[in-house]
Design a protein. Structure first.
Length: 212
């Protein structure tokens, strides 16, 4: 492994750790104790769900990201002729279709098309070898996408898990179930983000809600 590849790997690892920490802080409303409690509910295999759940948790954020990412990745794929990018674009388009069918936000694909057209116009300078906005975006696409991911991680307070209505022996709460252990249920209350540990004997029913 070259020093350059090692540096890239270290940067990606650091960015992933920072992403997780920012997500925990945002979900806990930047409460240190709640963040610490949430940290101990995560496992390594939870990382994909945390990342995708962050993308899908808030319809406003997912709308904005789809408008930006679909044309950006398509532009990057055309400019670099990368074989991996078409697969990423296909996944993003699938997300876009599902998003529109679910929320009926028809302005999202329309805005993505407008941005794609704008990128196509400014890309002429890049093809002509001139330095311009298209060249700037092309050579910094990784930093742009990574920066967007970290901003989203820091500001989206909606957890990456579905909201549930949990009926207990002492009342009904709306919460996010962050861990299920034998005999216990660890939840984060939706209203005040209080971290609680419930005994299985105290839980009468759980119903997943359609909203997040």
């Amino acid at each position: 492994m070259t020093a350059e590849k090692a540096g890239v790997g270290s940067s990606l690892t650091a960015a992933a750790v920072l992403f997780v920490l920012l997500r925990l802080l945002a979900v806990a409303h930047y409460d240190w104790h709640t963040t610490f409690a949430l940290l101990h509910t995560l496992d390594l295999e939870d990382a994909p769900g945390l990342f995708l759940g962050t993308f899908m948790a808030d319809e406003r954020i997912s709308s904005a990201l789809l408008v930006l990412l679909v044309p950006l990745m398509a532009f990057y794929g055309v400019a670099t002729r990368s074989r991996a990018v078409p697969l990423v674009v296909t996944v993003l388009v699938a997300f876009l279709v599902a998003h529109v069918l679910t929320y009926h936000h028809w302005w999202v694909p329309a805005a993505a098309v407008v941005l794609a057209a704008a990128l196509a116009v400014v890309a002429r300078r890049h093809r002509e070898g001139e330095r311009g906005p298209a060249s700037f975006v092309l050579h910094r696409i990784g930093w742009i996408v990574g920066g967007l991911a970290l901003v989203v991680a820091a500001v989206v307070a909606t957890p990456w898990l579905p909201r549930e209505r949990v009926e207990t022996t002492t009342g009904t709460i709306e919460a996010y179930v962050v861990e299920t252990s034998p005999g216990f249920l660890k939840v984060l209350q939706a209203d005040d983000r209080e971290f609680r540990i419930l005994r299985d004997d105290d839980v009468r029913s759980r119903v997943e809600l359609s909203d997040h």
